[in-house]
Design a protein around this ligand. Structure first.
Ligand code: DX5
Ligand code: ZN
Length: 222
């Protein structure tokens, strides 16, 4: 289980996104939070910004769509060149079709679950996804406190994924810091989104290294 770090540009300076992307050359992904002010009470950015960012960085983009009607909008992010496109289970009306479209357009397909959404009802979708995102805060804002209540769900998800063959990545997003990352890794997560812990640090690149080494040490023990 290789540890991957995906800094969230939600905590970066939106007026300098190319420089902010370049500040974390050691990141595996750049996490892009697309919010529509309907699915979540916040508004961020959409496809035009993603298209510009794709031209400005060689780091693959991990697009997390916190929007209503992802069935309509998600394929365009894959078509634009995002490396991974995540839709929320709570918002998708045709997840099988949408996840298949994302894959057929060459991106990794991922399904996200809010803290209060159980994972077991989605076991049947594991064959359609490359990554499961378990939110460790309520989606909408950076800098929130990590929700420990999600840890048992990460363990359950790890068991389901292993039963399924172990190829699906488990991503955690929200409140992931050097204080909380070990708990997530120990529970079975392998892809870690971090916004404020990376872009709020004096040296974002060093913060990525610190998170990675902590998670790797823990993953190696569990
Ligand atoms: C929250 C977003 C997160 C956010 C995480 O809804 O999905 O990606 O940027 O920020 P931190 O790491 O500060 O909790
Ligand atoms: Zn996110």
């Amino acid at each position: 289980m290789a540890v991957q770090i995906s800094p969230s540009i939600l905590s970066a300076d939106f007026a300098r996104l190319a420089e902010e992307a370049a500040a974390v050359p050691n990141a595996d992904w750049l996490h892009v939070d697309v919010m529509d002010n309907h699915f979540v009470p916040n508004l961020t950015l959409g496809l035009p910004v993603v298209e510009s960012l794709l031209k400005a960085t060689s780091t693959p983009l991990d697009c997390h769509l916190m929007i209503e009607d992802p069935d309509r909008w998600a394929p365009a992010y894959a078509e634009a060149g995002a490396g991974s496109v995540t839709i929320h289970a709570e918002a998708a009306k045709a997840p099988v079709r949408t996840l298949r479209q994302i894959r057929s357009l060459g991106a990794r397909a991922a399904l996200a679950l809010n803290p209060g959404t159980a994972v077991e009802p989605y076991e049947g979708l594991l064959g359609e996804i490359d990554m499961l995102l378990l939110m460790t805060v309520e989606p909408g804002f950076g800098g929130q406190k990590f929700l420990d209540m999600v840890l048992p769900k990460i363990r359950t998800a790890r068991t389901l994924v292993e039963r399924h063959g172990g190829q699906i990545w488990i991503q955690v997003d929200g409140g992931v810091t050097t204080e909380t990352i070990e708990r997530c890794a120990e529970a079975g997560a392998d892809v870690f989104v971090a916004g404020s812990a990376v872009y709020g640090a004096d040296d974002p690149s060093a913060a990525v290294d610190a998170l990675r080494s902590q998670a790797t040490a823990t993953a190696g023990r569990s």
